[in-house]
Design a protein around this ligand. Sequence first.
Ligand code: SAM
Length: 263
Amino acid sequence: MKDMQPPHLEQSRVQKSFRRGLESYHGAASVQAETAAHLARMLQDQGAPRHFGRVLEFGCGTGHFTRQLLQRFSAGSLVLNDLVPEAAQVMQALEGDTQAKTRFKGGPIESLPLPQDLDLIASASTVQWIPDLPALMARLAAHLTPGGWLALSGFGRGQFRELAAMGSAAAAPSYLDADEWPSVLPEGLEIRQIAQRPAVLEFASALHLLRHLRQTGVNGNARQGWSRRQLRSFEDAYRERFGQGGKLPLTYDPVLLVARRTG
Ligand SMILES: C[S@@+](CC[C@H](N)C(=O)[O-])C[C@H]1O[C@@H](n2cnc3c(N)ncnc32)[C@H](O)[C@@H]1O
């Protein structure tokens, strides 16, 4: 799948795609919702404290992970970030006292000025969009307090394997399997738990499948605008290669990790 990656990621296209999908994302992104719940549980199971002083969540989107975190943990202060400025709406769903402690900052996490001494850095289903992950991870680690926690999820190389096999350019730039993460994290970040949990969704037709991609904004690098003929030949080829019981499967490949800064 690596050879399918675009030479450079057009962040504005990713932004446009997520902005357009923002309204429909929350309900349509079932795998991301499940992943957010699982990741929050993982953090708790690893013995994270019930209260964190300073928390940063990047790529918050419509707040699937924000809500899961706030059900289990409290925060002295919370910075929420997303590439898409309209994601600031997520603030409206927070309770009054949490809202008072929360600030939203829009823009790419790669260049966002970060607070010092963070106790938790959290992010679900976002790091696959970061072209230079080692650089971001090194910067994040430098802003974690010693003993601070990192709870992240992205996607592995099996993500949308059917689309990749069909020659689609919908791939995000940084799909990483669980066994690749140790070499991406800088020294001083210790992985406490990592899990890869593929999940397959099924669609009645190519139109339903493409609509799902559009609603969830996950096809930020995909070409837009299909003719009826193109759609039909895509569906026929997809069915022939992957069709099961009349349905079209689509593989998601979430990778979840909890790490801690040592020393
Ligand atoms: C699949 S959504 C995940 C949203 C939410 N965390 C969840 O679990 O449902 C990915 C989010 O990452 C955001 N994003 C993509 N690239 C980003 C970047 N470089 N910096 C900050 N956010 C980014 C997108 O705008 C989108 O809202």
